[in-house]
Every structure is written in structure tokens, then in C-alpha cells.
Write a protein that binds this ligand. Structure first.
Ligand code: SF4
Length: 399
């Protein structure tokens, strides 16, 4: 008997042999399957846009495996089986975004250049100065040790030149705020911008004396204290008890996590983020940071989020970072896109032309061969620091 299968328009069909996955982005339901040749040709037919995500078939001519596959699709709410006359219209979810790079190459007019400002939304500035010498700043907000220091005047000039209504997040990471001249001038300026701004300071700055607290107490900026787990931390947290700071706790192993958990409980800390840092602790990352197949399938992603994974990097998109030597990066693990003396348009254009990070997607091995290519989070700084492009336990188990 002839029947019609129509896949819902929020449902994606992916085949990466030897696996196939049908995923409904509206309800998170899915079907993992082995693509036999019959099932594979049905999927190819469905993914052809001209076929309106429907296929008419004779139930009795399908083999039993394919019949089960068709039933599973309906039972898991990925599509619907009807008689052939049913008038149900659906379209495969296809990414259809404006190719900004091609458009920019074709149209070099000023108005088009100005348009690209809307892609730049977050700026991070590392002031520089003397502090602990680690590369943690390439993984998360952490002071950057350097001889050079970006003065408040230089930072203010750079921000003055940007003049963009689309910039909606500024981060200033101090390395040595106690010796940073004109910190108050910079903080007053940042307040006047009325752009959400976060000031990052390492907790050891608070240990020395509390001049830093005085500098920041009377403003509306968000203050985040970067903390590492050591014997002094509890005293600092007690000292800051009445301040409305947010704490970024960096942890490297389970032991640190357990100490931290107890401290948070005892001191009733409410505003905090726990951030794993990679420091030759691969086993800790494998056990607690890397994703497993069950984590991936338990995360419900909307159509919009899947499209985002296919087109751009959701961690890096729109962000630029300035290091103390004045070089500007879209990603600290790659070449710079220019310096603070370049125009913001040129900096953004350089990123678009070189694609150091904003459009870094999972199109490299092993992810390009993996069925979860577009469900996994975009590549992050951890991939660069660890030196492998997949932060998962799944792929290793498949080998
Ligand atoms: S190989 Fe890549 S896409 Fe596949 S599960 Fe691992 S990180 Fe995700």
C-alpha cells in the first residue's frame, strides 16, 4: 500500500557512515540509525530540497529494517506517515545566511564597511603589568604578565575611535591594578560609556592591601575576582564578604573542586563561576570537561542554534582582544588582526578575510566525519591549548 512520509521542518537528517541521525530541534527527539543502502537513498531523497521533505513509498516493497525505520520516525515525532493524498507541506532546514565575506569583497563602499561594525560586539583589553606568568589568559580571563602596559589614555583613545552602537560588552583585565596609574580615570570613563563593562582582577591584588577595593567600590561596573584555590583564598573571601563581587574560581583537579565546594557552602557565596583550566591535567579534562555522547544527545538545540554552529563560532563570534603590546586579536592562539592604531573597520575586515576564529566551525577532522558535528558546541580555546580539535570522549571510543 502506498504511504507518504513527511519529515517535520524542524527536523535535521544527517548521515556520516556508519551512522545516521535524525534530530528534531523543536522537541529534542532523535533517532540514531545504521544507514543501510535503502535507508540511505530514502534520506538522500528527503534531503533534496525539491522533494519538499516528503517521500511516497510502497510499504510492502520495503525490507523489514526500512519499515521499522519509517515507524520509528513517526513514533519519535520526527515526521508523519499519511496517505498519499494528504496535503502536508514541509521544507528541509537549510542554512541561508548572507555571505558577509563575499558581499564585502564585492562592495568596498564606505556604507558597506560601516555595516560590518554590527558584527563586532565584545572587546577585551589586557592592561598588562607584572603578575604571575602563566598562559591561562589564553583560556579564560586571567592577568597577562608583560613589561608593556596599556595606559588608561591609550585605552580611552582606542575606545573613543571605535564609536559603535553595536559594542555591548567590554572587559578590562588588570595585571597589576595597585601600580596602574590613572585607574580611576579609566574606570570613570568606562562608566560614562554606559556599555556593560566587567573589571577583572586577580585575588592576590586584594591580599596586598585594599586600595583596589576603594577604587572600585563606588561605581556601577561589574567586578569579577579571579581566584585560584590555595591556602590564602578563604581569608580573601572572608575579607570581601560584604562586597558584591562575582568570583571566577579556576580549578585544575578534583581535589581543588572539593575544597572549593566546601568553601562556597561555608561562606554562602552566591555569585560565582567555576572555570576548569588546562595545565597538563588531561585526565581531569577527560573526566569532567569533555563531552560524552549522552551529554550531546541530552542538550536540546533549536534550529537557530544548529544553524549558528554551521555558520559561525558561538564562542568567538564578534569578539576582539587587545594585548598589552597594542596588538589586536580575534583569537589569542592565532595571528593578530592588527593593532590599536588600525581602524576598527580594518580589524574586522582582517578577521573576515583570514577567519582566525569568528567562523571557526567543526569542519575539520575528526569532527567533520562525526554524526554530532553540528550538535557539539563550537570549538573553544581549550581545543587550542590542549592541541586537539575535539573535546569529547565520543570520538576516541569509536576508533
Ligand atoms: S568528534 Fe567532534 S563533533 Fe564528534 S562528538 Fe567529538 S567533538 Fe563532537
Amino acid at each position: 500500500m502506498n504511504k507518504k512520509l513527511t519529515i517535520y521542518s524542524d527536523t535535521f537528517i544527517w548521515i556520516k557512515k556508519p551512522k545516521g541521525l535524525i534530530y528534531n530541534s523543536q522537541n529534542g527527539h532523535y533517532l540514531l540509525f545504521q544507514p543501510t543502502s535503502e535507508i540511505e537513498s530514502i534520506c538522500k531523497y528527503l534531503n533534496n530540497f525539491d522533494n519538499l521533505y516528503s517521500i511516497i513509498f510502497d510499504d510492502e516493497t520495503l525490507n523489514s529494517e526500512t519499515q521499522k525505520f519509517m515507524q520509528n520516525i513517526e513514533e519519535r515525532h520526527l515526521g508523519i506517515l499519511t496517505n498519499v493524498e494528504a496535503n502536508i507541506v514541509s521544507l528541509p532546514p537549510l542554512l541561508n545566511i548572507l555571505n558577509a565575506v563575499e558581499k564585502l569583497k564585492a562592495d568596498k563602499s564606505r556604507s558597506e564597511s560601516e555595516n560590518i561594525l554590527k558584527y563586532f560586539s565584545a572587546l577585551t583589553v589586557y592592561t598588562g603589568g607584572k603578575c604571575a606568568n602563566t598562559n591561562y589568559y589564553k583560556q579564560t580571563f586571567y592577568p597577562c604578565n608583560s613589561n608593556e602596559v596599556l595606559t588608561s589614555e591609550t585605552i580611552i583613545n582606542f575606545l573613543d575611535n571605535i564609536q559603535s552602537q553595536y559594542l555591548n560588552s567590554i572587559n578590562i583585565v588588570f595585571s597589576d591594578i595597585l601600580n596602574y596609574s590613572d585607574a580611576q580615570v579609566l574606570i570613570d570613563y568606562l562608566e560614562s560609556l554606559q556599555i556593560p563593562t566587567t573589571i577583572y582582577v586577580h585575588y592576590t591584588e586584594i591580599m596586598i592591601n585594599n586600595r583596589f577595593l576603594d577604587k572600585l567600590r563606588n561605581n556601577n561596573l561589574t567586578v569579577k575576582i579571579i581566584c585560584e584555590i590555595d591556602k590564602d583564598l578563604q581569608n580573601i573571601l572572608l575579607f570581601c564578604k560584604n562586597e558584591s563581587y562575582h568570583y571566577n574560581f579556576l580549578i585544575k583537579n578534583e581535589e581543588e573542586y572539593n575544597i572549593l565546594e566546601e568553601m562556597i557552602e561555608n561562606l554562602q557565596i552566591k555569585k560565582y563561576t567555576v572555570i576548569p583550566v588546562f595545565d597538563n591535567n588531561l585526565q581531569f579534562f577527560e573526566e569532567h570537561v569533555f563531552v560524552n555522547e549522552s551529554d550531546i544527545l541530552a542538550t536540546k538545540l533549536s534550529k537557530r542554534e544548529i544553524f549558528a554552529h554551521q555558520a559561525l563560532n558561538t564562542n568567538f563570534w564578534g569578539a576582539l582582544t587587545v594585548l598589552p603590546d597594542g596588538k589586536v586579536y580575534s583569537n589569542l592562539h592565532n595571528e593578530s588582526v592588527g593593532t590599536i592604531n588600525d581602524s576598527i573597520y580594518d580589524l574586522i575586515l582582517n578577521e573576515f578575510h583570514n577567519n582566525y576564529s569568528w567562523r571557526l566551525i567543526r569542519n575539520q577532522k575528526p569532527c567533520c566525519d562525526c554524526i554530532y558535528q553540528w550538535l557539539c558546541p563550537s570549538p573553544s580555546n581549550y581545543e587550542f591549548v590542549i592541541g586537539r580539535m575535539n573535546l569529547c570522549n565520543y570520538y576516541n571510543m569509536q576508533k
